[in-house]
Design a protein. Structure first.
Length: 276
């Protein structure tokens, strides 16, 4: 049994999950799969999916009255950032002085979490591969978070993939731009690679499959390999060959490096705007 699953199976307090959409639902699935007792979980979700209702049938409490729950040990906030302040009074009813508030909302600072919910807070940024247990989350702990609480937060976040901790909250905007938004960049790569294949004469279905499988396979090779991404790229590139011809375009003026630098900068800027 992994350390995270062991920690989850031994939790004795109440965990309130506010928001069981795609990301919140993925986290809930991961917790229960790793041994968290469903009777310890309260889900606040005005529009529960069939999957969430299925978890309720297994013992998860779905939309109970706050007075029947009281202060939770942990409140995980997975609502849309623009809905957070509106939901604040309801969420605060689950928070006591020692409640750990774990947020996965983009652009929502530790100071805002403290102001709206109270308790002590951890701010985290996961990404969508969490839905298949392959996400990566970056987290930062606020003032007052004790070591056992950080371990609980780590276990909850690790249920959907790997976790990295930072000490400087200001880095979260760049984290959001790189890994939080990053899957969309990869999906765009697959989309445009397929489109380019069609332009080169391939049937649409074949171009789409080749692009999807190439992106997925290259990503898995990158994950499993100890080599750097640059070395893996070089290993595919024969001097004067077809890959070299393509890379001369992709790595030229206005190519990948410039585009991604500008894209990440734009996403970082937007994340900072959202946090104001």
């Amino acid at each position: 049994m992994s350390s995270s699953s062991n920690a989850l199976s031994q939790l004795t307090g109440t965990i309130v999950l506010a928001g069981a959409g795609k990301m919140g639902g993925a986290m809930l699935s991961g917790w229960l799969a790793q041994g968290l007792d469903p009777k310890r979980v309260v889900v606040i979700e005005p529009h529960p999916s069939d999957e969430t209702r299925g978890f309720a049938a297994k013992g998860v409490k779905l939309n109970p009255a706050a007075k029947d729950v009281g202060a939770a040990d942990v409140l995980v906030v997975a609502v849309k950032p623009q809905m957070f302040r509106e939901a604040g009074p309801q969420l605060k009813s689950f928070v006591g002085a020692k409640t750990l508030v774990v947020s996965i909302m983009a652009g929502t600072t530790l100071a805002v979490l403290k102001d709206v919910c109270g308790g002590v807070a951890v701010r985290a940024m996961p990404n969508t591969p969490a839905a298949i247990g392959r996400g990566i989350t970056v987290a930062v702990a606020g003032a007052g978070v004790e070591k056992p609480q950080r371990a609980i937060a780590d276990a909850l976040l690790r249920a959907t993939g790997s976790v990295e901790w930072i000490d400087d909250e200001s880095l979260m905007d760049a984290v959001t731009a790189v890994s939080g938004s990053g899957p969309a960049y990869i999906f765009l790569l697959a989309e445009e690679l397929a489109r380019a294949g069609i332009a080169a004469g391939l049937p649409e279905a074949l171009a789409t499959k080749l692009a999807r499988e190439t992106v997925a396979g290259a990503g898995e090779l990158l994950r499993r390999s100890d080599l750097t991404s640059a070395t893996l790229r070089e290993n595919v590139t024969s001097p004067g060959g077809t890959t070299a011809a393509a890379l001369s375009v992709l790595m030229g003026d206005g190519g990948f490096q410039s585009l991604l630098t500008r894209a990440v900068a734009a996403a970082t800027k937007r994340s900072k705007e959202l946090s104001k």
